[in-house]
Design a protein around this ligand. Structure first.
Ligand SMILES: Nc1nc2c(ncn2[C@@H]2O[C@H](COP(=O)(O)OP(=O)(O)OP(=O)(O)O)[C@@H](O)[C@H]2O)c(=O)[nH]1
Ligand SMILES: [Mg+2]
Length: 287
């Protein structure tokens, strides 16, 4: 069989996590219209009759403004050092700009490279041709695949091109395993996704979620999670007037967690302030 590790990398918001979910056929990595949604490297495992591809979704490469951002970029750079093939995802609906230049200056590939032009539903032929020329000349990829992950267009083509470029190798995971992250991590991410949707501006980026306990012997199952903010004022925003916001976050999250776990749950949320956690090495250990 052919197998290997394939890293999805690129700027924030280009659709890396959407692509991973479309490939695996289920939601492994959270997706939002906000930047810096993914904060960790997350594996999704694709299997078919003659191959196993371990995809690694990564945080969007950006100019970091705090230690969390530095760690996120580091996770992305290290994921392309350790893979067999990298897939650089580009938003084909946007003009080349400063952020793309930052990527050109900082992101180098020693491994095989395929470029995906995603969001072709939002582009036009002139834009796509000019982007293609730029990326072709800078990176010399094996090929460029056009895609609309949201419409599931181009996914099969990408898999085909990846398979053509992977060597014979072992089956790394058993066939039932679709991700490397555990239930607690997925619960945290679901809650963070709802917060990203429901809160505005900087607030959702100042939030971390820790799932502290899942009591599966209880019926309904009891799930405990802490929402961590950086300041008292943010705590007020997360809780909302008369507790309305935290209630909404709870209701939205519970629906998705129940889908994930396949059982009814009670979701117990509490909000805690950890000042400036995004610059706290102690807090970020193991992040
Ligand atoms: N129109 C359109 N929108 C897309 C497509 N793929 C993804 N999106 C949208 O783009 C936004 C960002 O998608 P994500 O998958 O979270 O992007 P990402 O690259 O993982 O972002 P980070 O985790 O922040 O690095 C979401 O609103 C998606 O619905 C596409 O093919 N077409
Ligand atoms: Mg993402």
């Amino acid at each position: 069989m052919r197998s290997g590790f394939v890293t999805l990398v690129g700027r924030s918001n280009v659709g890396k996590s959407t692509i991973l979910n479309a490939i695996i056929g289920t939601k492994i990595s959270i997706v939002t219209p906000k930047k810096q949604t993914t904060r960790n490297s997350i594996q999704g495992i694709y299997n078919d009759e003659d191959s196993q591809i371990v995809f690694i979704d990564t945080p969007g490469i950006h100019k970091p403004i705090n230690e969390l951002g530095e760690r996120m970029d580091k996770a992305s750079y290290s994921a392309i050092r350790d893979c067999d093939l990298a897939v650089l995802v580009v938003d084909a609906g946007r003009q080349f700009g400063e952020g793309d230049q930052f990527l050109f200056d900082h992101l180098k590939f020693d491994c095989k490279l395929i470029i995906v032009f995603n969001k072709i539903d939002l582009t036009n032929i002139n834009l796509i041709n000019s982007l293609k020329e730029k990326y072709q000349n800078h990176y010399h990829p094996l090929c460029i695949v056009e895609m609309s992950a949201i419409e599931k267009f181009g996914i099969d083509d990408l898999i085909k091109k990846i398979k053509e470029n992977l060597d014979e190798g072992p089956q790394y995971y058993d066939l039932e395993t679709i991700t490397n992250v555990d239930i607690k991590f997925r619960v945290q991410e679901i809650i963070r996704e709802k917060i990203l949707y429901l809160l505005q501006e900087e607030v959702p980026h100042s939030i971390a979620v820790q799932c502290t306990d899942i009591l599966s012997d209880e019926n309904p199952m009891e799930v405990y999670a802490k929402i961590i903010v950086e300041r008292d004022s943010q705590k007020g925003i997360v809780i909302g007037a008369k507790g309305k916001m935290i209630k909404r976050i709870g209701i939205e999250s519970r629906k998705d967690i129940e889908k994930l776990i396949g059982r009814h749950i009670n979701l117990n949320l509490n909000v805690q302030v950890v000042e400036n956690w995004r610059n706290s090495s102690r807090f970020l250990v193991g992040f």
